[in-house]
Write a protein that binds this ligand. Structure first.
Ligand code: MRU
Length: 355
């Protein structure tokens, strides 16, 4: 798919030997781009969430491996670089998937071919993701279109975190059906969970605003009430790792939305490419490693003041014990359907799509 969309979270500059990213830590307040030239810079960009979102961190790691090959093309270097990047974040399996794909490809060619091969493979991963997202969008669109046909009124969709084009280049995953519905002139309205503590919902709002899609930002605790009030027709979220049994690990807070959706008979969908599936796992709750992030993320809050200057404030002092798990697992029984590039399936049918 073309790179003509107005938000490109990552752009390879092969002839310059570098990769440009949008530094997402400063969005939606400031649009800053950063150039990555080395493996440590790439590892830091993933770990510090300058780039974020499961597919994007996989793509970024793949480009990071290409940067590593510019330095040294030995087999030791392939392993060193792959191992370093693989350890940057633990939950999103697209990272491990992309790194292992790069490792396999590079080990299968001569040292002299590794620079070119690494760039080619990283670009292939990036391009494939765009195509997959478009397919996810087309399959998901059928759900929105059916709902619109049934009621003849605006389709209200709840989403959590950011699974748009900032997190997964092209159309995004959870947002892809929404973008395509908007393009098809189906009236949609998106309720966006703020998604504390990193507020990725604001990234979703930024994206939808740029695309002219009607939306409302809500605090993380509001979704249940809106469902009780019959103001949500369906929930669509992304995923960071899905088990072969259809358990969905996604940004912290997703599980509570799925519970509320079940209680209120609101269909709950997860949208992701099959590279998000960990085919080795059958129990998401006990087997998926949940990232614990710095307490500073919940102790501080960043925004702009009246002069539009970025400020970080302390919400509470360090003497309170605290925890900051980044993800949770929604068991398959709470999930209505999985939207992938191969189609929509029930969680228990996912296993049939194992490559
Ligand atoms: O911690 P993040 O921002 O990298 O979180 C990952 C996500 O963006 C979400 O969980 C998303 O819903 C799935 S990835 C498209």
């Amino acid at each position: 798919m073309s790179r003509s969309l107005n938000v490109e979270p990552i752009t390879p500059r092969v002839t310059h030997g570098c990769v440009e990213i949008i530094d997402q830590r400063f969005l939606p307040y400031e649009y800053r781009c950063v150039t990555l030239r080395t493996v440590p810079q790439t590892a830091a960009a993933i770990a510090d969430m300058q780039v974020r979102g499961a597919p994007l961190i996989g793509i970024c790691a793949a480009y990071g491996i290409a940067l590593g090959m510019l330095e040294n093309q030995s087999t030791d270097q392939v392993h060193r670089v792959c191992d370093t990047l693989k350890q940057t974040r633990p939950t999103a399996v697209n990272l491990m998937w992309a790194v292992e794909r790069m490792r396999t490809v590079l080990l299968n060619v001569q040292e002299s071919a590794r620079i070119e091969t690494a760039w080619q493979e990283a670009i292939r991963i990036d391009e494939e993701n765009r195509v997959q997202n478009e397919k996810i969008g087309q399959f998901g669109l059928t759900l929105i279109a059916k709902q619109f046909e049934r009621t003849g009124r605006t389709v209200n969709i709840l989403t959590h975190c950011n699974a748009g084009r900032l997190a997964t280049p092209g159309w995004g995953t959870a947002l892809a059906p929404i973008y395509l519905a908007h393009q098809a002139a189906i009236p949609v309205h998106v309720f966006i969970d703020e998604t504390r503590p990193r507020n990725q919902g604001l990234l979703t709002a930024w994206e939808l605003n740029a695309a002219g899609i009607s939306h409302t930002v809500i605090v993380d605790n509001a979704g249940g009430l809106l469902m009780q009030q019959r103001r949500i027709d369906m929930a669509i979220v992304g995923a960071d790792r899905v088990t072969k049994t259809g358990d969905v690990c996604n940004k912290i807070g997703t599980y509570l939305k799925a519970l509320a959706a079940k209680d209120n008979h609101v269909p709950f969908y997860a949208a992701f490419p099959l590279s998000t599936v960990d085919w080795t796992l059958d129990d998401g709750i006990t087997q998926i490693p949940i990232e614990n992030r710095s307490l500073s993320e919940i102790q501080h809050i960043t925004g702009i003041d009246e002069t539009k200057t970025l400020q970080t404030l302390t919400l509470w002092e360090k003497h309170h014990p605290a925890e900051n798990p980044g993800f949770d697992v929604t068991p398959a029984r709470l999930v209505t359907g999985l939207i992938t590039e191969r189609g929509i399936c029930l969680p228990e049918q996912l296993i049939h799509w194992k490559p």
